[in-house]
Design a protein around this ligand. Structure first.
Ligand SMILES: *Cc1c(COP(=O)(O)O)cnc(C)c1O
Length: 379
């Protein structure tokens, strides 16, 4: 038997409280049983997103939330500024192109974080830009973009909204939607929220709702204005993913018990220990600056294939981490510390990496990284 450890940046492990709740018989989504369930989920998500605005609950993976955020707020021909620093930045461009938006990219080397002043320059150069699209945590590179600084810039432009893909950042990073002025904040269930895949969340500011009034992109399944009206009645437009929403309430309860600040601090602590441990093994981080608290991307050592490291972790030791995506495939591997994660997930991951590297004849003294992680995680 090989015991399995899920240490990927989505899907992430689901706590037993949620698993048990999701094993209950199905309730009907139009019955009175469901109304308090959705009401609790709605309020819990507002707490998590630090907003008084509506947070829609969609039945889709996270990308559905991104798609809906393009076709509900924009019209074909509208100008979009996409911060493209990795696989998910690229996805924003692809979605905007699919709906006929005119995209200009702030394209960065993978591993870099955007400089907020470059966003300011781009907006000054073209005041007709209607949407700025960014990731909070770029999961493919392990980079965190400075959302607070970017929001303070976009906030000043009356005709521009900021859309943040926080699918891997939610729960791992402090993202203050109202205080900072994030207009559209997108989350997904299978990352920091510790649920199975299948839900997307979209928080929407008053400024963004005004964009929805004039947006002409075609839409049907993701119709945010209709979804908002239905949500006010504690319903969703189409059949609600009742099981996942019941699980969501359990995970929100766990997070509320921990406290938001403690959840952010836990992720920062785990991420920091992971980074120091891999450096102690002699490995290099792929993210050059501003690191994600959700996932650490690590360069595979000279002569070793990142996909092989990832594969060996899984096959030899049952540890499902992640390889590289797109242009980073083979060059890196990634370890997540996201959601239902704590001290011994990091110890397990680092111990596994050391053992795999040694087995691949890379010089590593077993226990080096583990010791560093232990020291840091005792604090
Ligand atoms: C996982 C992820 C997505 C995509 O989510 P799906 O649930 O696979 O659609 C988008 N953006 C980021 C930053 C992610 O980490």
């Amino acid at each position: 038997m090989l015991k399995r450890y899920l240490l990927a940046p989505g899907p992430t492990p689901v706590p037993s409280e949620a698993l048990l709740a999701m094993a209950m018989p199905i309730i009907h989504h139009r019955s009175p049983d469901f109304l308090p369930v959705l009401d609790a989920a709605k309020k819990g998500l507002q707490w998590l997103c630090q907003t008084k605005s509506d947070v829609l609950i969609l039945c889709s993976s996270g990308t559905g939330g991104m798609v809906g955020s393009v076709n509900n707020f924009f019209s074909p021909g509208d100008k979009a500024l996409v911060i493209n620093a990795g696989n998910f930045g690229e996805r924003w461009t692809k979605i905007c192109n699919a709906y006929g938006l005119e995209v200009s990219e702030l394209k960065l080397d993978w591993g870099s974080a955007v400089r907020p002043e470059d966003v300011e320059k781009a907006l000054r150069k073209d005041p007709n830009i209607k949407g700025v699209f960014v990731q909070a945590s770029e999961t493919s590179t392990g980079v965190y973009h400075d959302i607070q600084a970017i929001a303070s810039i976009v906030k000043k432009a009356d005709n521009t909204i900021l859309l943040v893909d926080a699918i891997s950042a939610l729960v791992a990073h402090d993202l203050r939607m109202d205080e900072w002025g994030i207009d559209v904040l997108i989350g997904g269930s299978q990352k920091g929220l510790m649920l199975p895949p299948g839900l997307a969340f979209v928080g929407i500011s008053d400024k963004a709702w005004k964009f929805a009034d004039t947006a002409k992109c075609p839409r049907f399944y993701f119709n945010f204005k209709k979804e908002r009206e239905t949500l006010a009645k504690n319903q969703t437009n189409f059949t609600s993913p009742v099981t996942l929403i019941i699980g969501l309430n359990e995970c929100l309860k766990l997070l509320q018990k921990e406290g938001l600040d403690n959840a952010f601090a836990r992720h920062a602590r785990l991420a920091g220990a992971t980074r120091e441990a891999v450096k102690a093994i002699g490995l290099e981080l792929f993210s050059r600056e501003s690191h994600s608290n959700a996932v650490t991307a690590i360069k595979s050592p000279e002569g070793l294939d990142g996909q092989e490291i990832y594969k060996n972790l899984r096959v030899k030791y049952g540890i499902t981490a992640a390889g590289g995506q797109g242009q980073a495939r083979g060059k890196i591997f990634r370890i997540a510390h996201l959601g239902y994660a704590d001290t011994f997930d990091i110890i397990t991951a680092i111990a596994g990496v050391e053992m795999v590297l040694k087995s691949m004849n890379h010089p590593v003294k077993l226990g080096t990284g583990v010791a560093v992680a232990q020291e840091l995680l005792m604090k």
